[in-house]
Design a protein around this ligand. Structure first.
Ligand code: SF4
Length: 63
């Protein structure tokens, strides 16, 4: 399972890193979210999915 943020869609609300900080963080350069470029650890998969479902603009894909 991997996570991806569509930066063109992300509005930089900051919600996903607050839900799942192991996978998502804010990019200081553009103020948008980014995901780790690696497999989502098993222990983080539920919260990564929760972040995907919580994103207000559907910018996150986890799968
Ligand atoms: S929850 Fe969605 S809009 Fe908010 S920072 Fe994360 S990817 Fe961007």
């Amino acid at each position: 399972m991997k996570a991806n943020v569509d930066k063109d869609t992300c509005i930089g609300c900051g919600l996903c890193p607050s839900i799942c900080p192991e996978v998502f963080s804010m990019d200081d350069e553009d103020g948008k979210a980014k995901a780790i470029n690696a497999e989502v650890p098993e222990s983080e998969q539920d919260s990564a999915k929760e972040a995907e479902e919580s994103c207000p603009v559907d910018a996150i894909k986890v799968g």
